[in-house]
Every structure is written in C-alpha cells, then in structure tokens.
Design a protein around this ligand. Structure first.
Ligand code: FAD
Length: 467
C-alpha cells in the first residue's frame, strides 16, 4: 500500500499535533486530527510567544556540557529562522536586552551570547551588540539606575494561537487535513492492522474512527491516552505551571528585557506585547494535573510583580493573566526546572501508536518530522519518503477579507472586531463558542480580560444570527 492511501490519526491539535500533521500530509498521508477543545486551545496558546533557541538551555549546555542541550539549542535556532520565514505576518524578529550591572557579568554574558550567535550559524538573525548605559536607559527609561548597559541579542516573537489556527487552515487548504475540534479521544483499541479510536463530541455523542496509526500529541494530557492503552503503565509526564501577566500604563517597549537569573534559578522575560502592553513571565511551579483555561494563582502573580518592582520604578496595571502547563518528560531524580525540554518519542509497536511528548513551540516542525520519520522506520519499516517541501504556511484568507467587507459592523462599538470576521471563523466549522473567536482568533483575553469578557457576552447574545 502506498503512503498516499494510509491514514494517520492524531490526538491533539496543539503545536505537536499540527507539526506532525504537516510532516505526514506533505508526504501524502490522509490525516485526521481530533482536538478536545479549539485549535491550539491547550498549552499552545499560553506560551511566552518567543521563537527562540533558549538562552536558559544554552547556560545549561555550557555548565553541563551535555550534548543534548547543545543539540536542543542548535535545532531550535534553525527552526526559529524557519518559523519567522514561514509566516512573516504573525512572526517577527525581536531584540532582547540582557541588563548588565558590572564588568564580570558583561564578560560572562558576552561569552554566552557569542556562543548563541555562533550556534545559530548559518541561521543567525542578527549579531549581538553591546548597548552602553545611555542607550540602555533610552530603551528602558523607567529601569532603576543600577546598570552599566546591556547585551542586545535577537530572537523571534509570534502570536501562538493565531499561528496554530493559520497553520490548521493551511493544512486543510493545501493537503485536505481533516481537523475536528471539540472531538476528544476517549479510548483506543487495535484490531489487526487498524487502530480504532472512540471519540466523544462536545454534545456527548460517541463514534469510532479507524486509521493505520495513531499519534498521541495531547501535550500535558498525554498520560491519559497512554493509560487508556496500557492501564498499568507508569506515567511519563510531570507538569509545571507557567504563569504570565500583561501590564498596561507603562512606556511601550522597543525591546524585550531578560532577567537571566531569579533567586530560584529561573529566567524571566518582559516583552513588548500588543497595544503597547508588557508581557511578563513566566513562573515554573510544579502542578498536579493540567487544566484548560487555568487561572493564575495569586502567589504567582505576586511573585512576578515583585520581580518587576526590583528592576522598574513603575509597575503598571495588570490587565490580563494566563497560565499554561509544561509537559516535562518524567524523571524521578530531577526537579522540574532541570528537566531538559527536548521532546521524547515513545513507540508502542503493538498498539500502532507513537506518543510525542515534551518539546517546545519553536521546534514544532522538527518534532513532527521526527515523529513521522520514526513512523516510517519503526512501524512501517520502510525508507522515509521525502515529501513536498513546505516553506510558508500562510493560508488563503481572501474569504475573510471579503466577509469583512460585506459585514463591516463592529461587534461592540469602538472595538475593531467585525461581524464579517465572526462569520468567517464560524463558517470554517472549528469555532464553537464565543470564546473560540474572542480568545482563539482575536486573542483578546491575552491583551485585556475586561474587554474580552465584554466581547464574549456581546457575541453570546447574537451567536445564533452570526453564522
Ligand atoms: C508557560 C509556558 C511558556 C512557554 N513558552 C514558550 C515559548 O516562549 N516558546 C516556545 O517555543 N515554547 C514555549 N513553551 C512550550 C510550548 O508552548 C509547548 O511545548 C507547546 O505549546 C506544547 O504543544 P503540544 O501540542 O504538545 O500541547 P498542547 O498545546 O497542550 O496541545 C495538546 C492538545 O491536546 C488536546 N487534548 C488533550 N486531551 C485530548 C484528547 N483525549 N483527545 C483530543 N485532544 C486532546 C488539548 O486540548 C490540547 O489542545 C511554553 C510552555 C509553557 C507552559
């Protein structure tokens, strides 16, 4: 049987599931994605929105000389370039400044960032540069006067959830990938050469879908499906919650600000975000189990605000907060902040299933490639087919533009969001609730919670008419 006739089932429509779909679809596979919520509605909407190699992993690589850390940074730096080029409207280069208080730090961080530049060759975005004190305070006029300058280096920034939605649309338009939102995989069985999943819809109906293989790409929820297949298997994932705050009322940032080490050995970012706000994150707290739309605990909010107050004279007003769960591949000896963020692929041959765990947004494409290559070599036992190259994932949005033109009325007076957009996103069949539009397409809950609530209730009132 040729690969074009084979069917791949994927549980999870976050970055891992979409990356795997891309890798399989470009090789001619028929792909069905089941997503329990909306596209990107899990961890993939709660990232710090950085497209990065990972300064923190670089430091770990220098200290431990562990090959996997070097590999992780290098791979992510290559993928960083691809992502920025794959969707230039939603991804952009971002300067980030590491503040320096003394000469020793200037040398230490200078060496680290030289390595970061070196590792990114030939995918470098721009070289790092030293910013003297005057320039530093031009960038950050409300920072406390305790720095001699800073190192400016480059990474990328993107709109994670919207990128996921655009990628999903591209996969549908270009390869006919079938993406079913609010379809949750509840059970799996293998019958001869088929894997069968039992899927539950939002309305509570259940149906069975069959395919050749299954990919479990359910992120921090991954152990649920592992247990459905092998009830006595040990869990592989540990969960850590990362919280962010969005602040307004501060001078707009022209560059990100990196706090390279907190007292509890974390990295914090303060990034320019939409509508002149500041995005601050993240914490790293062990958690029991992942939740959809998790609240930010007051303790973590205070922690983040306290850190801001160490560096800046003003603290602004918190207008939005969001938290997500890092799925970290389990290891008993380590605390969560030390576990490598490399992805792990676990092959269950008899169950015709591959579990894809861990990783990061930036490397979603290579994670998908690894998974599909493993599928060829370990499950199909065939040479890997190369497939069609994909350099851009920008979908055709001409229908969106047309509908915006036909229905330009704002949903709420004074807001830029129109009826035409609601109709477009609903007609695709993926958005089932006002939150899917307001949060999943406009990302308003990540910009201003009150405005997001207002828009959601206005949409709720007119939901049946805006189709
Ligand atoms: C706080 C935080 C900050 C981060 N910042 C960055 C960053 O700046 N840059 C970066 O590159 N990476 C970052 N990451 C990492 C990155 O966000 C994640 O690695 C990535 O989003 C994980 O994607 P995923 O598809 O594996 O998981 P998810 O996005 O969680 O997707 C899994 C999906 O599976 C669905 N699902 C669950 N159970 C089922 C089921 N039974 N059936 C069907 N569907 C199911 C869920 O609804 C979910 O949508 C960050 C992570 C966190 C937590």
């Amino acid at each position: 049987m040729e690969s074009s006739q084979r069917k791949l089932l994927i549980a999870g429509g976050g970055s891992s599931g979409l990356g795997t779909a891309l890798a399989a679809a470009r090789r001619g596979w028929k792909v069905v994605i089941f997503e329990a919520q909306d596209i990107g509605g899990g961890t993939s909407t709660t990232s710090t929105k950085l497209i990065h190699g990972g300064i923190r992993y670089l430091e770990s690589a220098i200290k431990t000389l562990r090959l996997s850390d070097w590999h992780l940074v290098r791979e992510a730096l290559r993928e960083r370039k691809w992502m920025i080029e794959s969707h230039p409207h939603l991804c952009a280069k971002l300067p980030i400044i590491l503040p320096v208080a003394n000469k020793a730090d200037k040398i230490y961080y200078g060496i680290g960032l030289t390595l970061y530049d070196y590792l990114s060759y030939p995918y470098r975005l721009a070289p790092k540069e030293w910013i003297d004190m005057k320039a530093f305070y031009e960038y950050f006029p409300i920072a406390y006067r305790k720095f001699i300058g800073g190192w400016l280096y480059w990474d990328g920034q993107f709109e994670d959830r919207l990128y996921a939605v655009h990628l999903a649309l591209y996969l549908r338009q270009r390869f006919g990938v079938d993406i079913r939102t609010y379809h949750r995989v509840m059970d799996i069985e293998v019958v001869k050469d088929e894997v069968r999943v039992c899927v539950e819809t939002a309305g509570g109906e259940r149906y069975v879908e069959s395919g050749d293989f299954l990919i479990n790409a359910t992120g921090p929820w991954g152990d649920f499906l592992r247990k459905r297949l092998r009830p006595h298997t040990a869990p592989r994932l540990r969960i850590s919650r990362g919280s962010h705050l969005v602040l307004k009322g501060l001078p707009p940032l022209k560059a990100g600000f990196l706090i390279p080490r907190t007292v509890d050995n974390r990295v914090l970012f303060i990034l320019p975000w939409k509508e002149g706000t500041w995005l601050l994150g993240t914490t790293d707290e062990e958690a029991e189990a992942p939740e959809w739309n998790a609240p930010v605990p007051a303790k973590e909010e205070s922690y983040l605000r306290a850190y801001l107050a160490r560096y800046f004279e003003q603290s602004g007003e918190v207008v939005a907060r969001f938290a997500g769960f890092r799925p970290l591949v389990f290891s008993r000896e380590q605390t969560t902040s030390r576990i490598a963020r490399n992805h792990v692929i676990e092959v269950w041959e008899a169950e015709r299933t591959i579990h894809l765990m861990g990783g990061k947004w930036t490397t979603f494409r290579s994670m998908g490639e690894d998974t599909v290559r493993t599928l060829y070599t370990r499950l199909l036992r065939r040479p890997v087919v190369e497939g069609e190259p994909v350099t851009q994932i920008v979908p055709d949005l001409s229908d969106l533009e047309a509908l915006k033109h036909i229905f330009p009325q704002p949903i709420v007076e004074g807001e830029p969001f129109t009826e035409g957009e609601v109709r477009f996103w609903r007609r695709l069949g993926w958005a089932h609730t006002p939150a899917d539009i307001v949060e999943g397409r406009w990302q308003l809950h990540l910009i201003n919670e009150n405005r997001s609530l207002r828009l959601k209730s206005a949409l709720q009132a007119r939901w049946s008419e805006l189709t």
